[in-house]
Each structure stands twice: as C-alpha cells, then as structure tokens.
Design a protein around this ligand. Sequence first.
Ligand code: GBH
Length: 501
Amino acid sequence: MRNIISFSALTLLLLNCGGSVTAQDDEFLYDTFPPGFMWGQATSAYQVEGGWNEDGKGESIWDTWSHENLGGNIADGSNGDVACDSYHKYADDIKILKDLGVNFYRFSIAWARVIPTGRVADGVNQAGIDYYNRLIDGLLAEGIEPFVTLYHWDLPMGLEVTGGWLNDSIVDDFEDYSRVAFREFGDRVKYWLTFNEPHVFCLARWNYLSQNPFVEPPEKPYICAHNVVKAHALSFRLYDAEFRPTQNGTIGITLNTNWAAPKNPNNTDDQAASFRSMHFSFGWWANPIIRGEYPPIMRELVDRKSQEAGRNSSRLPSFDAQWTEIINGSTDFLGINHYSSHFVEYSNTSTWMDGDAEVKGSGDPSWEQNGIGWSIVPWGFRKLLTWMHEEYSYPIYVTENGYGGRGDEGLDDEPRVRYYRNYINEMLKSIKLDGADVRGYAAWSLIDNYEWELGYTARFGIHYLNYSDPNLTRIPKDSAISLTKIFADNGFPANESLLIV
Ligand code: GBH
C-alpha cells in the first residue's frame, strides 16, 4: 500500500489535470503504454566502437572522410578511431543498459568489420563476427533483445571506390552481406533494420567522398535512393525466403523525417505543401517499399521538371515490372528516427530537393531549440506518428529520438529530461488517442558519442563520457535517471506524482 499521507496540494493538482483520454494537444496525458511496449537505447558502430583498424577490420568511408577531413568538414577535426571504445568496453555498455531496465538495444554492424572490402568474395573476417557474437550473447544474458541495423552509413571503402551507392552492383553486395549477418547472428537476433536514414546518407557529401552530389538539379540522390530501395528489398526477400522460417524474426527499415507542418493549418496551399514535403522526405522510401512505386506526387513533379529541362528521361528512375514485384510489400514494419519539426509553404524559388518538392521551410521564433539549434516541437512527433499510421498503417518502431547538447553539459541535463518527457508523452497520445500502432521506442543515445561532422562537439548521450578519461567511464546523466523511471512505469501512470513527492 502506498503512503497517502505524503499527498501534497501539488500532487492533488497534478492528479486532477492528469487522467483521462480526452486530453487536448497541449495537455500532459497521464496514462501508460500498451503492455509489451518495448523500451530501448540506440547507438551506431562508427559512432561508438573505435577499434577502427583492429583485428582485420577494413576501412570505411568514415575512416577516410575523418582522417583526411576533406574540405575541413568535421567541426573539431576529430574521428571515430577510438570513439567510446565500445569495441573493448561493450560489457560496460551492457551494464548501463541493464541499469536502465531496457528491453532492447539498437546497435549497428560495421560492414567492413565483418567483410573488410565489402565483398563477400574477398573474404569474411571471423574476428569481426566474434565481436558481434560477444555483444549479442552479453545482451541476451541480461534479457536485452539485440535490435540490429545492417547499415548505419559506414560504407566499406572497397565499395566506395567502385561508385558506392551510385553503382547498382552494390545491391548484390548488400544482399550478400545480409546473408552473412542473418546466417551468423539470426539465431539470436530477432529484430533487423536494413538501413538507417537513407534520406540522410543519399543527400550527404561524405556519402560520395570526392564526387560532389550538390549539383543542380539533384540527380545523384535519386540514383542512390533507387539502389537503396532495391538493396533493402533483396535483403527482405532473402530473410523471408531463407531465414524467417527457422529464425522467426522481423525486418524493416529506418527512415527519418521532421514533421513538415502546414504554416497555416487552415490554408489549403500550406496543407498541400506539407503533403508534398512528407512524401519527398518519407514517402520517397516508404511508398516503393510498401506500394511498389515512388509517391505519385514525386513522379509527377520530377518527371515534369526533367522534361521541362529538355532531358529525355526523368531524374527519378522507375522500377520495371520485376523490381516492382520485389520491392512491393518488402517490410514488416516502419522504423522512424525523429528529432524536430518545421513549417512549410509553397515556393517556386527553392533549390535542390525543396525545389523539386516546391516547398520552403521555416521555424517559429517561439520554439525552444536544443544545444545545436534544432527546434523542440513535441506536438510534431504526435502529428508525424499519426500521419504515418493514417498513410501507411504499419507497425512502427521509433528507433531514435533525442536531444543534442553543445559542448560539455555535464550530468545535469534538465533540457534533455524535459525533451524526453514531452516527446514520449506525445508518442503516448498518438497511440492512445489516435490509434497509431507504435510498438517500441529507442532513445538516441545510450552514451555521448562521435556525432559525425560535429565530431565530439555535440552530445546526445543519456550517459556522460569524459573523453580525456582513459577509462571512458559511462556516467548516468539526469536524463538516464528519468528515463529509467519512465521505462519502469511503462509511461506516465496517473499516480506518478505520488512517486515524486
Ligand atoms: C541521426 O540522424 C543519426 O541516425 C545518428 O547517427 C545521429 O547521431 C543522430 O541522428 C543525431 O544527429 O534542422 O531542426 O530541422 C539525424 C538526422 C536530419 C535529424 C536533420 C535532424 C534536422 C533538424 N537529422 N534533422 S532541424
């Protein structure tokens, strides 16, 4: 029995405005997540592992890009050679995951650690496989499900030099890599993601190393995307045909997008801009994978612009009948990484992808920002999840969501505590009030880590790392403590305030 004597006036007030499923947008919803909802944490190989050239690992584009710091694009000129040293300290990661009480851990496999050149025909690296076996077995021993991303941006250099994602032979190389992963790890890994955020890497300069993709009008991103969709689908079909019958897991892809809210929600032009924007960012991938073709609005706009420019074929490629059949329905669920939102409206002066989509984005001066300037818009998360549900009606896993701090914030990370509480509450509303089928949630990130072109200048961790401490001890921030409680409560039970008085 709970000690009711500790009730305070404040508690009663919280209880009164908590409670029911009639809550409005801006009201906090006191309720819990469906039974079996999965709570987790996420990282990626290059950002945490270190051990960049150990035990036979091959080089990836991120090793090259950061070592050469081409164009001086990395804020502090740093690299992931050591990063969080999870290659050696994975047991420390498992320990903090256990303390958090998570159900799953989302990490990625470094393709070049397992297949040094990227091509199976050149050889598989047993020491790399052994590392992931140690990690997977260690997680399972603590009752934590491994949730594995096959590709989180660290393309083996052996594949980059032959054109990377612009050369369609990579589609078969990815299928071969998938086969090795399913064969070696699939007896224990039941949650697979083929790709992390193709929208980011198909538009990123480091994805193309020396080749500049930023030429108008955009073409390379569409070619990259086309190969990624095919590679995803082959991996899915392979799993389905050869591994699912005995391994019984589930496989999907993780996409990322802001919620592109209509600038004026009642203006039909702005609503149409929001529709276009969501289909150019999210539908670009979800549509072919779920419906076998690019979103009709993309087809229409890019075909028309290509024709107007006097080209004899569209910059947006098409899938032939055979590929259409392979890609159509090639996922079990949709993964989503989400951090921020913005407003959109019609524009005919935008460039690059926004030019094709005929949109322009803007923020709102009243929105709070995280330490690296991304707007904090919790309600956008609910809108996005509900839109995904209404548009595609698939099971959803949130595979990343988090707060980026600038510089050394120490352990008192109140803005991150608030960010998680408010974003997770909006996810709860999307499930309870709008019917979205969201099955799990991973916070980004378990630990401070190498933030790509921001190097170590930005921190997303709920555990702090002092990078000059030779032990790289993982220390819980306040956000780790508050997430532990949300996970244990499975949300925000109406009597939650009893626990805080
Ligand atoms: C993810 O990408 C990555 O998967 C992960 O590796 C990375 O460490 C993590 O996020 C943190 O960055 O300018 O306010 O509109 C994030 C992709 C795309 C998220 C752009 C933020 C713009 C925010 N990002 N988006 S805003």
